[in-house]
Design a protein around this ligand. Structure first.
Ligand SMILES: Cc1ncc(COP(=O)(O)O)c(C=O)c1O
Length: 389
């Protein structure tokens, strides 16, 4: 059981706002904030490089924390400045040629699809969308049947940006592994929300962000690169951190995931991300997931009872992201009206998940994403405020 009063006391933002934009950026807890600001203050006193040297062990420990969070080893973690950057580091390190097939899912995030389309344009590779089951998740049997020797990559999201859907990531992993196809999982919305184990999932690559369900600072993220995959990947950009200039005409890449990193980074944000990972693990990812499932269901139930409101989530398991429309209220107007009542939600448009939103003929959606520190009272307030629109 999570001590809700304690986690709220640790979260300064809860005194000001009912925050249901955790899928956008959550509220940082005090220990994360202190870690970031404390480090920045130290930099002003000691100097940037000197502070980094002093905290070398702490910075190194962040890899261990992130590895533990996803069930990896620390040599399989690369730090990045966002989930998209992490995902792109992996994707752009793969080589595609004419006729190569990339398989993805209907709810794939826009930035990933834009990268697919760019590579398709440049190389003649083709992007194919695997159909869903009637409940909304990727249909794993169809995925299996679609695979042939031209499939070079399976890249899907664990949870999309625009619904509570949870894709069966481990079932996809089993299919990918049977066929020996590289598997890239966008876990941007799932890390911090539910337990993640890359071994169980069977993915080769996984990308995640700091600011969402992990509750870390903005401007940070990370990539998991499995040991078995790292040597097959040639990073698009290398510097003197990812590789060593061994002779005038020769360089050697690092053998671990850090070949994907650049030398310069924000140590304050890295430490904040590590602190956020530890904070989540101290609470317990199982307990977080259980509470998120409960609160998500409570919110969906409350909203469904409001005349004129339609909940738009799909999936046989539904997590923290709750999406809905309100008759005669454009989503952006609803968001602004709720903000004026100190309730934060966001808006999802077809520009962020076009395959899915077009297929379901959806307009812009209001997205209310719960986290474990939200209360039942806050949910009642949100439902009442939506009813009063
Ligand atoms: C499913 C999904 N993938 C990737 C991203 C991109 O994350 P970031 O903004 O950290 O790059 C998002 C952001 O909302 C997302 O919802």
């Amino acid at each position: 059981m999570i001590d809700i009063s304690a986690v709220r006391a640790d979260t300064p933002g809860t005194a000001f706002v009912a925050h249901f934009n955790n899928a956008g950026a959550s509220l940082m807890p005090r220990p994360v904030l202190d870690k970031v600001t404390g480090y920045l203050e130290e930099e002003t006193r000691l100097g940037g490089y000197e502070t980094a040297a002093k905290h070398d062990d702490d910075l190194e420990a962040v890899y261990g924390s992130l590895a533990r969070l996803v069930g990896a080893s620390r040599s399989e973690i690369a730090l990045a400045d966002s989930a998209t950057r992490a995902w792109d580091l992996a994707f752009t390190a793969m080589r595609f040629s004419e006729g190569d097939r990339i398989l993805t899912t209907t709810s794939e995030y826009a930035s990933n699809v834009i990268a697919f389309l760019q590579v398709a344009e440049r190389t003649g590779a083709v992007v194919e969308v695997v159909p869903d089951r009637s409940t909304g998740e990727i249909d794993v049997d169809t995925l299996d049947a679609m695979i042939d020797e031209r499939v070079r990559l399976i890249a899907i999201n664990h949870m999309p940006t625009n619904s509570g859907l949870v894709n069966p990531a481990a079932d996809v992993g089993r299919v990918a592994n049977v066929h020996g196809v590289p598997y890239l999982l966008d876990a941007c919305q799932s890390v911090g929300q539910m337990p993640i184990d890359v071994g169980e999932i069977g993915c080769d690559l996984l990308s995640a962000t700091s600011r969402k369900f992990l509750r870390g600072p903005r401007g940070a993220g990370f990539l998991y690169v499995s040991e078995r995959m790292v040597d097959r990947l040639d990073p698009m950009v290398l510097d003197l951190h990812g590789a060593r200039w061994e002779a005038p005409d020769r360089y050697e890449m690092r053998s671990d995931a850090r070949r994907f990193e650049l030398w310069e980074r924000s140590p304050a944000l890295v430490l904040g991300l590590g602190r956020a990972a530890n904070y989540a693990m101290d609470i317990g990812l199982e307990a977080i997931w259980e509470r998120v499932l409960d609160l998500g269901e409570m919110l969906r139930r409350g909203l469904s009872d409001v005349a004129g409101v339609t909940v738009r989530d799909i999936g046989s398991v539904q997590g923290a992201i709750v999406t809905f429309t309100v008759d005669d209220h454009e989503a952006e107007m609803a968001k602004v009206a709720l903000f004026e009542r100190a309730i934060n939600v966001s808006v999802t448009t077809p520009y962020s998940a076009r395959f899915d939103m077009e297929a379901r003929n959806l307009p812009n959606l209001v997205r209310a994403s719960v986290h474990y520190f939200n209360t039942e009272d806050e949910i009642d307030r949100l439902v009442a405020a939506v009813a009063a629109l």
